[in-house]
Design a protein around this ligand. Structure first.
Ligand code: GLN
Length: 188
């Protein structure tokens, strides 16, 4: 099993570390030529969505990746990655891949309360640790999007076909169940 990790900016190394521990191979996507390799899944890491979006376009990686996601490539998107997948944002006119029919709110927890940690259920998984860093949440989702987790009434995790998108950073905690869950549907 080979997973590609978008490695332009942000927290990509932490994802690679977990993938290795779970026995998956990784490749880093840094330039267009890296997209020629075959892979079974894609991770869009946290970081700064505006910087990542800009680099994706400058490096001419945007369209080919968008096409792969549309064609059903399994994707795990965390934090900024969720913003890249979202159809739109309620507080920013920028939009990127637009493959996930949800509206996100960027930096939704404000500047003061920018980072926090909590534990909540995620889909069928109990007590998942969740670290939020200047995170977005999902304000609304189309009815065919499966809601996996909510914190204080706000949606922080969804699954839609091949896309698993979450507001928090599972790669910064030691619990590996989110990555295991993702790998299980890369296999399927
Ligand atoms: N605030 C970032 C953004 O809007 C996301 C933060 C993160 O990925 N931890 O892109």
């Amino acid at each position: 099993m080979k997973i590609a990790v978008l490695a332009l900016q942000g927290a990509f190394l932490e994802h690679e570390d977990i993938l290795h521990k779970l026995g998956a191979d990784c490749i880093e996507l840094r330039k267009k030529a890296d997209l020629k390799e075959s892979f079974d899944g894609l991770i869009l890491p946290g970081g700064e969505s505006t910087a990542q979006g800009k680099l994706l376009r400058e490096l001419d990686m945007f369209r080919p990746l968008q096409e792969k996601i549309r064609d059903g490539l399994p994707v795990l998107a965390t934090c900024a990655g969720l913003i890249l997948l979202a159809e739109k944002s309620s507080n920013d006119e920028r939009a990127y891949f637009q493959t996930l029919p949800v509206t996100v709110r960027r930096n939704a927890y404000g500047r003061q309360l920018g980072s926090f940690h909590t534990v909540q259920d995620f889909g069928g998984m109990k007590h998942i640790p969740m670290t939020f860093i200047r995170a977005p949440y999902i304000e609304s989702a189309r009815e065919d999007v499966e809601i996996s987790a909510k914190v204080d009434g706000n949606i922080v995790g969804v699954r839609y076909r091949n896309q698993l998108a979450i507001s928090f950073h599972p790669e910064l905690d030691t619990d590996r169940r989110i990555h295991q869950y993702f790998l299980s549907f890369c296999k399927a």
